[in-house]
Design a protein around this ligand. Structure first.
Ligand code: SF4
Length: 295
C-alpha cells in the first residue's frame, strides 16, 4: 500500500503529526495535479521509488497529507485516482473537517466509488481536548459533523474512526469510546482503530509532552475492555501482541513496513511472533524492549 502524500498543507496542527514541520513548506507544485498524475503514471508503469513509503505494495493505496481534502484540485485528482485504480482499495486519511459541509460530502461520494474508505482521527470526547491536540479551534465540531455526514451516506464508503493514543489523551480513552458508542450506536457502520502514536516528525519534536509507554496504552485499553467489546469492528495498530490481553491479540495488525519494525532477543522463539508487529523502531530507540515478554 503506497502512502501517497496527496497535499502538503493542513488546516490542523496535530501535536502528534508524523510529518516534519518542513513538509508544509515544500513547493506545493510537488503535490499539484500535474505532479500527482506524473507520479502515479510512473508507479503504474512499475517504476520503483516513486513513493516514499510502501512503494512496492500494490494491493491498495493510502492518500495522506497534510490534509488531502483541502487540495485545490481535490475532486479532479480523486476522480483521476479512482479511474486509474478502478479495482484498488483507496483509503483517504482525513481530519474530516471538510465533510462537515454536506454539499462537499455529496460531491465526494459521487466520485469515491468503492472500494473506498475514509479514516478520520478523533482525539478526545471533549471539544477542548480534541481541539488542543488538533491545534485548531472548532476542529472537534467540524470533525464530528463530518463523520455524521459520512455515516449518513449509509455505507457508500467505509468509515474508520482512528484514535491515536499518547499521554495527552490516554486517560480519556474509556470516555472517548463511550462517546462514540453514544453518538454512533450502530457499530456495524464503521470501524474503530486504536493506534499507539509514532515517534516521528512533529511527534518527535513534541515528545516530552506526548511520551507514553506501550504498557500504559495497553492498561488503558484493558480498562476500556467492556466498551471495546461493544464495537463490531475494532483494530489495534502498533501494539506488540505480548502487551495486550489474550482476547485482544487477534485485533493486532501489522501495518508498518519491515524497516520500521524491530524484533528483539525477547521475540526469539515467541509463540506469538507470527502476526506480531514487534516494536516500532523509533519506540525501541526511545524506550528499549523492557516491556516485552516472550509468549
Ligand atoms: S515477544 Fe516479540 S514477537 Fe512475542 S508478542 Fe512480544 S513483541 Fe511480539
Amino acid at each position: 500500500m503506497p502512502d501517497i502524500a496527496f497535499w502538503n498543507k493542513c488546516n490542523n496542527r496535530c501535536v502528534m503529526c508524523t510529518n516534519e514541520a518542513s513538509f508544509a513548506r515544500h513547493d506545493p507544485a510537488l503535490y499539484g495535479l500535474r505532479a500527482q498524475v506524473e507520479k502515479l503514471e510512473r508507479w503504474l508503469r512499475g517504476r520503483g521509488g516513486v513513493y516514499l513509503k510502501n512503494d512496492e505494495k500494490r494491493g491498495f493505496v493510502s492518500l495522506t497529507g497534510g490534509e488531502p481534502t483541502i487540495h485545490p484540485d481535490f475532486f479532479r485528482l480523486l476522480a483521476y485516482f479512482r479511474r486509474r485504480l478502478p479495482e484498488t482499495g483507496i483509503t483517504l486519511l482525513s481530519n474530516g473537517r471538510r465533510f462537515a459541509d454536506a454539499a462537499f460530502t455529496r460531491r465526494f461520494l459521487a466520485v469515491a466509488a468503492p472500494p473506498f474508505a475514509v479514516a478520520v482521527p478523533v482525539h478526545a470526547d471533549t471539544p477542548a481536548l480534541h481541539d488542543k491536540i488538533a491545534g485548531a479551534r472548532g476542529a472537534y465540531a467540524q470533525t464530528m459533523a463530518g463523520l455524521d455526514n459520512l455515516l449518513a451516506a449509509g455505507g457508500a464508503v467505509d468509515v474508520e474512526v482512528r484514535v491515536v493514543l499518547h499521554r495527552l489523551n490516554v486517560r480519556r480513552l474509556g470516555r472517548l469510546l463511550a462517546s462514540l458508542l453514544e453518538r454512533y450506536p450502530d457499530t456495524e457502520r464503521y470501524r474503530v482503530t486504536l493506534i499507539h502514536y509514532e515517534i516521528e516528525g512533529m511527534s518527535l519534536a513534541n515528545h516530552r509532552r506526548l511520551a507514553l509507554r506501550l504498557r500504559d496504552s495497553a492498561a488503558a485499553l484493558a480498562a476500556a475492555l467492556p466498551r471495546v467489546r461493544r464495537f463490531r469492528n475494532f483494530r489495534l495498530y502498533h501494539f506488540p501482541r505480548c502487551l495486550v490481553r489474550k482476547e485482544l491479540r487477534r485485533l493486532c495488525w501489522v501495518t508498518l513496513p519491515k524497516e520500521d519494525r524491530v524484533y528483539t532477543e525477547k521475540c526469539r522463539g515467541c509463540a506469538a511472533r507470527r502476526g506480531c508487529l514487534g516494536l516500532m523502531a523509533e519506540y525501541h530507540k526511545a524506550f528499549g524492549d523492557g516491556e516485552l515478554r516472550r509468549l
